[in-house]
Design a protein around this ligand. Structure first.
Ligand code: ADP
Ligand code: MG
Length: 729
């Protein structure tokens, strides 16, 4: 009944996107329509310029400034044909979103006139006075200059009337202020070190590619209901709300039929993604009601990151056309599964070989084992950092909540691969020696190739699982930028491969045959990184105990987890791989702590407002009705009759009084606790105070509000409830 209390935004709001491909058009006809890809480069650029630009993109050659003007002119010609009037440098600041500043294709001629222009200079580099972007103190406001610089490895695209140029964002002094610059450096580091190692097996490989295939989970809520929940509007999650009588117990939503309105949204989203060259492929319902997932085919890591950022903004925009709001928050609803963003990660060669996939020959399989074991070593050595790379105020609600990976990084390999590693570990040196026969190496483990077929024994509780030809990092949050996790993983693996190469070369120099040298080092690593391997139930309490014994990072406090970025081994790892310097890491952590404080601060304020403006007044109004009723009963009946008749009401009156008293008292205490925390000068200490003192209070206050929600007359409750928010009609 109470659904009628709120005006649900109906399909009247459904607006068709500006240009819908006709039903007879195949996706291949409009795929990448709005992307300045090779096909368009070829068409709009002089052939010399085209060749040079492709060299820049494929081989990382330096961008020759002399071609920049011609590239810009070609791009502009293409864009203008699509009705474009503006361009923007599109970048990824540390706020998790994207940023853009739109400029028209005009320049002032300095004589009061205007020229229509878009020069190479404007394409390649732009000054940005974005001192309002978080920078952790790298740029003081008096020296607020930052630059955005074109990243030619990600193609330029058109959204509405704007040409979007993917850029990195760096300070005047050279430090990175975004995700993309360190991401590109980490990709460079891991592909270079992997190339050196792959040459042990195949000297003909020229290039290594780093891949990412993300899976994006999200919730949809009706726009009308969303607008009536200030907490959703301002914090992205519900700060209160009792569980609905039905939520996901029946698990009937997963792979169930997609509601019509949602299907229409998904279809638009897919079309517009395809037009932007994003190879979206799968869509389905998720475990929780109103929860869905979208995944593309995997791409090169840098492009995949850009595409994920684009998809998130497309989702926000298109959802509104369908009368929905998309919730990308990791935990919009208590007691219901949260949303993650699985990052499927792998490395491959320019001749199409996936390095995390078993091969057919024993040598190919040793290569496979080499990359798997080095990845495990990297994850083992930097498990705390990997956790820090995915941690945030919002994702911390999800991790360890019996639905998502725990706040401990471990790796699931499955029984077959585990057996192979155990076999290598257990064989003694002589045995290994004898394995190294003339034809190369016979590992005597014929089951490896079958791994490809049999990856059915999946473990959903593992944060870092081997899934047949890749690793799936499942801990990243739905709202986060994939780059954060990819920077940490690529860099850690890069460092590990460099160390591995040095060790193997050392043995070879001493006269050890190549394959036997590799096997010896691998065997050593298998022993060392054993604690990271865990195939059991990651949700169990026993695992937490066990992980502690194994020396894995078990910290659960978000601000303390960020400390992992400042550990000497982390700084050394990022510096030796050339990905980030200490100063950049320090600045980034400042930003992380600051964002943490701000998010909790906003939640505390919103909760305070909701309590004083919605919850307490409604509870008291209802209580007054009950008191009124008790008095009236008293005036009609004898005292003993009245006592009996009002007993239940009196109990509720008392209960409401107790809850409201608790809530008011604690909201005051919350304000006090915030004042104290805000006076702490160190941002790290302030974040710790917010975590230790403020977040538990939010939960305690919420418990009392949720109890009131159950007692108070439904017709009086002003906020949409879970049962309304969670079930799309
Ligand atoms: P799941 O069962 O985990 O949902 P999917 O088949 O939907 O698996 O694939 C998840 C993602 O993994 C997709 O984006 C897919 O393209 C990606 N993927 C598949 N193989 C690789 C690989 N070798 N490297 C990186 N990503 C991959
Ligand atoms: Mg998956």
């Amino acid at each position: 009944m109470s659904q009628l209390r709120f005006k649900v935004v109906e399909e009247a709001f459904h607006k068709k996107p500006v240009d819908v491909p006709s039903p007879t058009q195949r996706p291949s006809e409009y795929f990448a329509k709005y992307v300045f890809n090779r096909e368009k480069m070829f068409k709009y650029l002089p052939s010399e310029v085209y060749k040079k630009l492709v060299d820049v993109i494929d081989n990382g050659a330096a961008l020759d400034r002399s071609i920049a003007n011609e590239v810009a002119a070609g791009m502009k010609r293409w864009a203008v044909e699509l009705g474009v009037t503006h361009y923007t440098h599109w970048f990824q600041p540390l706020t998790e979103g994207t940023a853009e500043k739109h400029d028209a294709f005009v320049e002032h001629d300095g004589k009061g006139g205007m020229l229509e222009d878009f020069s190479g200079k404007l394409l390649v580099q732009q000054e940005s006075d974005g001192s309002s972007f978080p920078n952790g103190g790298i740029r003081n406001t008096f020296e607020a200059r930052g630059y955005s610089a074109w990243d030619p490895s990600s193609p330029v695209f058109v959204v509405d009337d704007t040409l979007c140029i993917p850029t990195i964002f760096i300070a005047y002094t050279g430090e990175s202020l975004d995700y993309k610059a360190p991401l590109l450096r980490s990709i460079h580091a891991v592909t270079k070190s992997a190339l050196d190692v792959v040459h042990y097996f195949d000297p003909s490989v020229k290039k290594i590619l780093s891949y990412l295939g993300w899976e994006q989970e999200y919730f949809l809520v009706d726009e009308g209901l969303y607008a009536a929940r200030p907490d959703l509007l301002l914090t992205g999650r519900t700060l209160m709300g009792h569980e609905a009588s039905k939520n996901q117990q029946l698990e009937d939503h997963y792979f169930g039929a997609i509601p019509t309105r949602v299907a229409a949204f998904m279809k638009d989203l897919e079309i517009q993604s395809l037009e932007l060259g994003i190879p979206v492929k799968t869509r389905h319902n998720e475990v929780a009601p109103n929860q869905f997932e979208l995944a593309p085919i995997y791409e090169e890591c840098n492009l995949a990151v850009d595409h994920n950022m684009l998809v998130m903004s497309l989702m926000r925009k298109i959802a509104r056309n369908h009368g929905f709001r998309v919730l990308l928050h990791e935990k919009p609803f208590k007691g219901v599964n949260g949303s993650g963003k699985h990052n499927n990660w792998s490395l491959g060669t320019d001749n199409g070989v996936l390095l995390m996939a078993p091969g057919k020959t024993s040598e190919e399989n040793l290569r496979f084992i080499t990359f798997v074991v080095n990845t495990l070593m990297a994850v083992y050595n930097h498990n705390g950092l990997l956790k820090a790379s995915i941690m945030s105020a919002t994702n911390s609600h999800r991790l360890g909540a019996h639905e998502a990976p725990p706040a401990i990084i471990s790796s699931f390999l499955g029984s077959q691969l585990s057996k192979v590693l155990d076999h290598i570990e257990e064989s003694d040196s002589e045995e290994l020696e004898s394995l190294n026969n003339k034809q190369g190496l016979n590992l005597n483990i014929p089951q490896i190739p079958e791994l490809l077929i049999d990856n059915t024994d999946r473990n959903r509780t593992s944060p870092f699982a081997f899934t047949g030809n890749r690793f799936e990092f499942r801990a990243p949050g739905s709202e986060s930028n994939c780059a954060s996790a990819m920077i940490a993983l690529n860099s850690a693996v890069a460092e590990q491969l460099i160390i591995f190469k040095k060790e193997v070369d050392g043995l070879i120099e001493k006269g050890e045959p190549k394959m036997s040298a590799i096997l010896q080092i691998i065997r050593k690593y298998i022993k060392i990184c054993k604690p990271i391997r865990f195939d059991g139930n990651g949700y169990s309490d026993e695992w937490k105990e066990e992980a502690k014994r194994r020396g894995l990072d078990c910290e659960t406090s978000c601000p303390l987890i960020f400390d992992n970025y400042m550990k000497p081994e982390t700084i050394k790892m990022f510096e030796t791989t050339g990905v980030m310097q200490r100063k950049e890491l320090e600045a980034r952590n400042e930003v992380k702590w600051e964002m943490y404080v701000k998010k909790i601060q906003i939640e505390a304020r919103v909760l305070g407002d909701l309590v004083m403006n919605h919850v307490v007044p409604v509870a008291i109004e209802y209580q007054t009705k009950l008191i009124d009723n008790a008095y009236k009963i008293k005036s009609l009946f004898t005292e003993s009759e009245a006592t009996a008749l009002s007993a239940e009401n009196l109990a509720i009156i008392k209960e409401i009084a107790e809850h409201t008293a608790y809530i008011k008292e604690n909201v005051d205490a919350l304000v006090e606790a915030r004042k104290i925390a805000n006076r702490i000068a160190s941002i790290r200490e302030r974040a710790i105070a917010y975590h230790d003192n403020i977040t538990p209070m939010l939960e305690e206050i919420r418990d009392h509000i949720d109890k009131l929600e159950l007692i108070v007359d439904d017709r009086m409750w002003t906020l949409p409830k879970y049962r309304e928010l969670l079930f799309i009609r």
